[in-house]
Ligand binder design. Sequence first.
Ligand code: COA
Length: 333
Amino acid sequence: MKTGIMDVRTRIAGTGSYLPDKILTNFDLEKMVDTTDEWIVSRSGIRERRVAAAEQATSDLATEAGRNALEMAAIGPEDLDLIIVATLTPDHFFPSTAGLVQRNLGATRAAAFDLEAACTGFIYALTVGDLFIRSGSFRTVLVIGAEVLTRFIDWEDRNTCVLFGDGAGAAVMKPSDDPGQGILSTHLHSDGRLADMLMAPGGASRMPPTHEVVEKKLNTVKMRGNEVFKIAVTKLSEVVDEVLQANGLREDEIDFLVPHQANLRIIQATARKLRMPMEKVIVTVDRHGNTSAASVPLALDEAVRGGRIKRGDRVLLEAFGGGLTWGAALVRW
Ligand code: COA
């Protein structure tokens, strides 16, 4: 194994995504909890979200997204050196979801592990993949963000159940031949003092999954939404400044923003910070809801396959979520 960060950049050689077939609209939710389509759209921008079929777990969604990314990158599973799955809704505590994806794809040579940084998971995974490639340890890395969050939602809590959805997105990372192309910088942050603002309190070692925990739905997502909202806007603004400063760029030199899709108003605030018109912002929150670690790679894949993001574009990826965690990556496509 070679060591030391090399003077090489990591490019994204292919993207992929997968969404389950079942659509749950705001009108469906009106029949389940005391809410309205008007409230959900005006407060969050969400109109519908996908829900995984009963037999589907996170690794199934992740495998499909990974397969699509391999196809775009025109490589086979045997070319993979490493698979990282970012998820907060793994199939099991162990083995890792990444190991199951490795099995499903037949990526026999690859190492595999999961990474958990909640909604910021894909940015963390991209950063780790970039470092493995630039260190010379691995040449071909598959990073996936995948979630079946709808299994960990209290469907009687209108504060949270209207916000989340299921899905998976993936990217194949390889060394770039062109020094101008690839990941230009990555920026990761965390503030564990704010951990209890957004969490699933029960179901793990702190509060094992007893009957009582499950009856009280303590294994589902709890969020102090309004407080999280304000911190998200502030921290994403700070990380945008950090990206611009680290790369010596002005706001107008960023071509596309691919934000975490939690809330349209948070996305609009980040776009305003970048003085960027909404045409240059990739928005999927209306159709996907918040898919946590899957949201950024799902949006990225849609923009790449739709022909919006093209070679040479500077693309800013950012996310914010539980932990609390937040981060960004700037990529020259
Ligand atoms: N339908 C109708 N009313 C609802 C509702 C729903 N689905 N959910 C909450 N409400 C009510 C609340 O009960 C509250 O009523 P009250 O004032 O009578 O107590 C009112 O709406 C306002 O709630 P508030 O929390 O102030 O709304 P908000 O403008 O902050 O929007 C969120 C709520 C959750 C959409 C928003 O705070 C948000 O998106 N937060 C951040 C999410 C995020 O980024 N997470 C991090 C990444 S995972």
